[in-house]
Design a protein around this ligand. Structure first.
Ligand code: RB5
Length: 163
């Protein structure tokens, strides 16, 4: 995968998932993604029955980490639990955002590969804009790559804190 591409340039597949607090927004965004021509693999949940966000986050994050999906979208009540869970899967860089600047910047600077949103935080209109900003961002590399390398080193338990 070439990280300097915008996700908007990739038809997908994109892996999406949500818990019971996020599945309505997730379904709206799936429609938006399909209308944009993206291939979507929906990992659920499909209804309001209570479920645990780490299960959905693990499923989507694994698809991204193993290369089955180019990127991922996760929605829960706040987006926070999804990001915490997804970031425990090596290779995943999940970002929870609620403003367009951060949605774009996390692609430019962090090469984020999973977007996390909170249905209880953002409405459908803003969520659609956040999705577009994320899709449009292109990783800038350079000094940011050096920082990603350190993230990977932390993941590999290969970077000691400076004292
Ligand atoms: C579910 O009530 C809620 O805790 C969950 O959707 C999420 O917001 C956790 O971070």
């Amino acid at each position: 995968m070439n990280p300097s591409l915008r996700f908007a340039d990739r038809p997908g597949p994109v892996a999406v998932g949500a818990d019971h607090a996020g599945f309505r927004l997730k379904n709206e965004l799936v429609e938006q993604l399909r209308a944009l021509g993206h291939e979507v693999v929906d990992h659920g949940t499909l209804d309001g029955a209570r479920c645990d966000y780490p299960d959905l986050a693990l499923s989507v994050a694994t698809a991204v980490a193993e290369g089955g999906a180019a990127w991922g979208l996760l929605v829960c009540g706040t987006g926070v639990g999804m990001a915490m869970a997804a970031n425990r899967v090596p290779g995943v860089r999940a970002a929870v955002v609620s403003d367009s600047f951060s949605a774009r910047a996390t692609r430019l600077h962090n090469d984020a590969n999973v977007l996390c949103l909170g249905e209880r935080v953002v409405g459908g209109g803003l969520a659609g804009e956040l999705l577009l900003a994320f899709l449009d961002g292109r990783f800038e590399g350079g000094r940011h790559q050096q920082r990603l390398d350190k993230l990977h080193a932390i993941e590999a338990r290969d970077l000691a804190p400076a004292r």
